[in-house]
Design a protein around this ligand. Sequence first.
Ligand SMILES: *[C@@H]1O[C@H](CO)[C@@H](O)[C@H](O)[C@H]1NC(C)=O
Length: 254
Amino acid sequence: MPRRQVNPTRRGGTFRPKSRACPRLSAALVSLGTFLLIGYLCRSTGSFKDDKEVSKIEGDFGCTFDVQKLILVLKRTYGDNMRKVLHVGPDTCSVVSQLIKEPETEAWGVEPYDLEDANTGCKNLVRKGLVRVADIKFPLPYRAKSFSLVVVTDAVDYLSPKYLNKTIPDLARISTQNLVIFTGDPIHSKAEVPQQPRFGRSVKGKTRSKSWWARFFVQTSLEENEVAEMKFKQAASEISYKPRCQIFHLNSYH
Ligand SMILES: *[C@@H]1O[C@H](CO)[C@@H](O)[C@H](O)[C@H]1NC(C)=O
């Protein structure tokens, strides 16, 4: 699994002294770095930063979406099956923190990359055991049918078919009923996901066509849930929710 490149401005990496020849300047730069770091930490302690800030998943993944709208549409689609939700994908903290505000919804998250730049709210979710970092190439540490709904966003484009063959059935295994997969859409990806700086230079998102996925689901014995797909499309159009990706609604194995 590719690792997210650390954002140098957040760690003060750009201030790291390069030369040993001028220790005084180095010391000054280090204190400046510390000062900025403390400033940054103070700004983000307490609760979550601005809800707006955390709830908007940045456009450097395959889908650009708004977490609040995503949850609203999922609720209208899956209703009672929103009791125990697992989200798998980048920035899962923002999704989980919104989901747990919903009445009668419990939520967990799997972050497939890393949480080096996590804010305090996110670290609290990790401490409570609601969010964990896990490489989804390997079986997830949950029992079969642990969740009523499993939602996967922007986490499978980077897996080769060899791993997809294991990972997607494993995601279906831990869900009692429904699995929703948000994945890159080749229509958008040519222009927008040629290379994803956040993941470092080695990673290119590989978006696959609708027919590729349809074949894949047949091979892995997963059925698409047409009723859910219809409900989701309708709910999404009602609130003008337009994620820029392909969305597949699947029934888990019974
Ligand atoms: C994935 O599984 C399918 C069906 O079981 C198989 O035909 C295909 O060769 C597998 N792909 C890889 C890369 O293992």
